[in-house]
Design a protein around this ligand. Structure first.
Ligand SMILES: O=C(O)[C@H]1O[C@H](OP(=O)(O)OP(=O)(O)OC[C@H]2O[C@@H](n3ccc(=O)[nH]c3=O)[C@H](O)[C@@H]2O)[C@H](O)[C@@H](O)[C@@H]1O
Length: 444
């Protein structure tokens, strides 16, 4: 059986953001047992069935997993080793969820050990909100960086639960223990080009995981308001700029974009049926300290310092490829603004009692910069000339340009990006050099 075929059979068995696939063998091969039973005596056969049943009950009653057994069949039912649950775990959860201000807000941040989730969690906690993080710490990129973010959050009083958004039992437990007022959903399989290598991880995390989360939110009492990360990539092959929320979004150029678009439609359905208040934020190429090593500005920095060649894509007729690079602090402001203006969900006991808020906002910088300019700024800041190779933009999901119209976010919650690319990259490079201790070696 081909790898792709195998993976399609295990769509439900991958984590919400599984990163690099390490396919494992499912452990319950009922069909094998059935095949072999013909050579056993009848009593041996029934003993086996009995033992299997006992093992099944045992697994069902065990506390849920953190996601180490990602490829286990129906892992939401058969959750593996315990690493959440228990009195001490609940105590930490409640402490972290307790607001320090009179706002009364308690926010569940999914993807809290990720780039945007880390910064948003910190900002929420700093202003006094109760914050609980959730992250599966997958190895799509260096988990050490995620652990460092987790440690910083822990010092600021944010407990990051290790677990997966696809773990139904864990989500239920979280909502049973804490009456979250808001969910800031930032967990996702990110990256545009990686979707060609690992397509199912996008479906599993950005579609299945998102649906699992909405299911938990819809049944929670009270229902939280949800603010979540969509993407500028939903504008796909559109050529009219700047991109407005009113523009069509039915021509995605990558599977990543298609999963974000699908999630926007799923959000519509849950809002319509269950009265969930949902706000989708279309982020435009977010960058900054503690950023994602899979993004161009990050690995260009590493490669320039290491003297490795970098590849710069260009459009037809040597036209430049450009991005509306948006600095992390501006994105955090936007996330908090969206959260603060979100209205309560209207459902109760899984039933809608009235119409609920459904919003979509661009969060960009409104100032696209060619990738060649990004490299020029990095060369200047790093004081190293890059070894560049220019290639035509491959058909790998990348679009030629992005440019946000942000007037809607501005009028709704005063969103106003303040950081230009040069200033933002200066802060990134300063962080990068101190974080990696001036080392020109590989990332931790
Ligand atoms: O705005 C978004 O919604 C998306 O922004 C980024 O996606 P992207 O803009 O493609 O960011 P990078 O991967 O950092 O690429 C930035 C630019 O560098 C270019 N690039 C990338 C890699 C490379 O080797 N050479 C190169 O010229 C790309 O074509 C692109 O124009 C994130 O990676 C996505 O997760 C996010 O959803």
């Amino acid at each position: 059986m081909s790898f792709l075929k195998t993976m399609s059979h295990h769509l439900d068995d991958v984590p919400s953001s599984p990163g690099k696939f390490k396919p494992d063998k499912p452990s319950l091969y009922f069909h094998r047992i059935r095949l072999q039973s013909s050579v056993f005596s009848r009593s041996a056969f029934w003993s086996l069935i009995f033992l299997t049943f006992v093992a099944f009950i045992f697994l069902l009653s065990a506390p849920s997993s953190t996601g180490s057994s990602y490829f286990h069949p129906r892992r939401d039912l058969l959750s593996g080793a315990a690493s959440w649950g228990g009195r001490e775990w609940e105590r930490r959860l409640r402490k972290s969820a307790t607001p320090k201000s009179s706002s009364g807000r308690t926010v569940l941040v999914t993807g809290a050990a990720g780039f945007v989730g880390f910064h948003v969690s910190r900002a929420l906690r700093q202003r006094g909100d109760g914050v609980v993080g959730l992250d599966n710490f997958n190895d799509y990129y260096d988990p050490g960086l995620k652990r460092d973010r987790q440690n910083i959050l822990s010092r600021s009083g944010v407990f990051v639960v290790e677990g997966d958004i696809n773990d139904h039992a864990l989500l239920k437990k979280l909502f049973d223990v804490v009456p979250f007022t808001h969910v800031m959903h930032l967990a996702a399989q990110a990256g545009v080009r990686y979707a060609m290598q690992n397509p199912y991880s996008y479906v599993h995390s950005n579609i299945a995981g998102f649906t699992k989360l909405l299911e938990a939110c819809k049944s929670a009492n009270p229902q939280p308001a949800i603010i979540w990360a969509s993407s500028s990539s939903v504008y796909g092959l559109n050529s009219k700029v700047p991109f407005s929320e009113k523009d069509r979004t039915d021509r995605p150029a990558s599977l990543y974009a298609a999963t974000k678009k699908a999630a926007e439609e799923i959000a519509h359905a849950y809002n319509h049926i269950y009265g969930l208040s949902i706000t989708g934020l279309r982020f435009f190429t977010v960058y900054g300290p503690y950023g994602r090593p899979d993004m161009a500005y990050f690995f260009f920095t590493k490669d320039i310092l290491n003297g490795n060649q970098i590849t710069i894509y260009e459009g037809p007729d040597h036209s430049s490829v450009a991005r509306d690079f948006t600095y992390i602090d501006d994105i955090v402001e936007g996330c908090l603004g969206a959260l603060d203006t979100s209205k309560k969900s209207t459902g109760s006991g899984g039933k809608k009692t009235g119409s609920a808020q459904l919003r979509t906002f661009n969060l960009g910088n409104t100032s696209p910069v060619p990738v060649t300019e990004l490299v020029r700024i990095l060369e200047k800041l790093l004081k190293v000339k890059a070894n560049k190779k220019v290639l035509p933009l491959p058909r790998n999901g990348d679009v030629k340009f992005t440019h946000a119209n942000i007037s809607l976010a501005h009028s709704e919650f005063g969103y106003e990006p303040k950081t230009n690319l040069e200033t933002g990259l200066k802060k990134f490079v300063k962080w990068y050099l101190s974080y990696y201790n001036g080392s020109k070696n590989t990332l931790r």
